[in-house]
Design a protein around this ligand. Sequence first.
Ligand code: GRF
Length: 202
Amino acid sequence: MAVFASGTGTDLQSIIDATIDGKLSAEIGLVLSNKINSGALQRARNHGILDIYLSSKEFDSRDEFVANMMNILESNRIDFIALAGYLRKVPPEIVEKFKNRITNIHPALLPSFGGKGMFGMRVHRAVIEYGCKVSGVTIHLVDNDYDRGPIIAQRCVPVLDDDTPETLAERVLEVEHKLYPEVLQWFAENRVSVVGGKVRIL
Ligand code: GRF
């Protein structure tokens, strides 16, 4: 599998740790980031995993960028992609090629508090400002809309009266770090199927 990440990479770390602990039967072939200085790429290097910086900004055309991404995935024999805080849209050509084999994790209960521009602390701030009593984690398949593909798993966490975006983020992240490796293992065991646009876990 490949992991795509733009940020500090704590979700990536939970996936790496699960492969080391034998809880996730997968091999992380590469970590790809659009941020050259991301913690995610550093974490990959710390574990001897191929780290790849790939940004559309470095290419003259979009086609060239997509061809490069495709080539990286194919030449490393990647057959599954986990997005873990990747703040770019996955090109439709890649979504098509990896149909139902790309997952994303979102730090709220979709379809609320998702979509373009809803990432990081913005999500938690919006949840608190709305006055929600619960928030949580959503893991879903990736299609061509931000945060819109079929939902694979969700877990709730309470929103406390004195929460700040930071304290809520911390509570949500703790659940993310357990749930993402667990869901990826369902894929490794071939237990995820899509029936009529909805995910069923066998
Ligand atoms: C997580 O909150 C995840 O839900 C979202 O991006 C964040 C990534 O955090 N998609 P980290 O970089 O893995 O620490």
